[in-house]
Design a protein around this ligand. Sequence first.
Ligand SMILES: Nc1nc2c(c(=O)[nH]1)N[C@H]1C(S)=C(S)[C@@H](COP(=O)(O)O)O[C@H]1N2
Ligand SMILES: [Mo]
Length: 340
Amino acid sequence: MNIIKKATWNKFKDCDVTPEGVYHDRRRILKQMGFVGAGALLSSQANAGVFDFFTSEEQKIAFLRGALPHAKQTLYDHLLYGDLTPEDKVISHNNFYEFGTSKTDPVDNAQSLQVNPWQLVIDGEVDTPLTLDYDDLLSMFALEERIYNFRCVEAWSMVIPWVGFSLASLLKKAGVKSNATHVAFETLFDPEQMPGQKNRYSGGGINYPYVEGLTLAEAMTDLTFMSVGLYGKTLPPQNGAPVRLVVPWKYGFKSIKSVVRITVTNKQPRSSWNLLAPNEYGFYANVNPDVDHPRWSQASERRIAEGGLFSAKRIPTLPFNGYGDLVAGLYDGINLKTNF
Ligand SMILES: Nc1nc2c(c(=O)[nH]1)N[C@H]1C(S)=C(S)[C@@H](COP(=O)(O)O)O[C@H]1N2
Ligand SMILES: [Mo]
């Protein structure tokens, strides 16, 4: 796993927390904190400090990592906490067209999105279709913290500490049938709550619900993550509460928010941005500095840090957003210039 606080994790062994105890207790702890079984809950309320409960970093990390006995060598030691995009930027500069097309519309319009009750259905080519509720999302899996680069197709980027679980661990629970080739995703459709879905113009021309898809191999790669939180708290609505996909080697539009359905299938799923402008947004959408968007270069990006978008530092964009060592092999024999 890409937990980068390795030094802290090592230190944890000397402190008095029993990791197994914390792991097996996490449902009880969440319950105590009011996150599980709390009845109707708005995500803005749920976004209180889940981890304020813990008195030390060591406890928090033990909780996040579950009962994993050893710190794994991470490939991302170069990403230090100091490089993180400040939380206030991560939660106020967003793309979530269901709530409007400007960067501040989501934070302004999404705060009353109801996230509990919630249903995430896993169906299609699986042995056991599943329906997860809000409590399940927070308590069925050992939550991990992963710090990922996040690169929007619009050429801005952030470094975000997500909290969640691998998509593979979820799909394994349902059991993927041998004829499956792809995984399709769908966002909530609820025009009453999501004003951008009311008509073609309010939501940037997208035909809602927002849909996305991956190949099965992409979906099963450990890097592919289901996020239920960021910065140690449950997800704010503007970032896709209560659960969203994070695919860090692909342009941000693949990372579909507020997911209600995951369907394992044997055909290539539809993708909202690809449907809207197929010459600009491909199905794969791997971050690739060598394939420009028809209207702008993808060779570099503005890394959002302190200050605004326009004080952001311009840095070179890396193939696969820097994760080529882990995912380039998924595309052996595929021409990534034509399959953009
Ligand atoms: N349902 C839905 N998911 C979505 C979007 C959207 O408009 N609707 N925007 C995408 C785009 S273009 C980006 S860059 C990321 C932004 O995620 P963030 O706001 O958490 O940074 O969400 C993606 N997921
Ligand atoms: Mo994006």
